[in-house]
Design a protein. Structure first.
Length: 235
């Protein structure tokens, strides 16, 4: 290794100035703010791209799950249409705006299904209710809940057949005082150690029957026939 002579033309003052300027910039709050801003911008771009890539598959999966649940509360033999594509929105004073899925066969409404939300022990319970045109329950399923595993989750049909007891019932079967759990004087079983959860589901189903009764005529009204195209006769 040999020592090389220093460049006699180099300006040490200018070199120190350049180093001093770069060092000062790196120590400046502006520099750190700029880096933070660039990092945030890159993160936002990645999240936006991820959302764009996953939004479609998530929506399709949600639609598939809902279609499968609808099939459990409105039998396939009752309709010849796609339930997800035929729906009306009820404007109800008590329940607000409620989307209703309509089952049709030969142009007639043969069933309806909608979701109402009750308040359980640990939070919201979303209940899907399927009804025949005469107001008889075709089926009930819980779409989502956060109830205690091993206790309140018996409202799921995969865990217990408790929810099957609603099928065949109606607003008058049982009488109004019977739409409670047995502990409250009604006809529906409660779960050992978990009364609030089934109580919430029973009350929600009863609300659904009342909702249908209020809007039955509007829901069962057939769509107006399509107008035939106008024709003109010529000699």
């Amino acid at each position: 290794m040999t020592d090389e002579p220093a460049d006699p033309t180099a300006d040490p003052t200018a070199s120190r100035a350049r180093l001093g300027w770069a060092g000062a910039l790196r120590r400046s709050p502006v520099w750190h703010g700029l880096l933070l801003g660039l990092f945030a911008l890159a993160t936002a771009a990645i999240l936006s791209l991820s959302d764009a890539l996953t939004r479609g598959p998530i929506a399709r999966r949600a639609a598939e799950d809902l279609r499968a649940s609808l099939a459990q509360v409105i039998p396939a033999e009752r309709h010849d249409n796609d339930l997800l594509r035929h729906r009306r929105t009820l404007a109800d004073a008590a329940e607000g705006a409620v989307p209703v899925f309509l089952a049709r066969a030969d142009g007639r409404v043969t069933g309806v299904a909608f979701v109402l939300t009750g308040s359980g022990y640990s939070g919201a319970i979303r209940v899907l209710i399927g009804l025949a045109p005469d107001g008889t329950i075709l089926g009930v399923r819980v779409l989502s809940h956060s109830e205690t595993p091993g206790l309140g989750d018996k409202i799921e049909v995969a865990k217990d057949d408790w929810i099957e007891d609603f099928a065949g019932r109606s607003l008058g079967d049982p009488e109004p005082e019977g739409w409670r759990v047995r502990k409250d004087g009604g006809v529906f079983d409660q779960f050992s150690g978990a009364t609030i959860t089934p109580r919430a589901v029973v009350a929600t189903v009863h609300r659904g029957l009342a909702l249908f009764a209020r809007h039955r005529d509007a829901l069962l009204r057939p769509d107006p026939p399509a107008r035939a195209p106008r024709t003109e006769e010529t000699d």
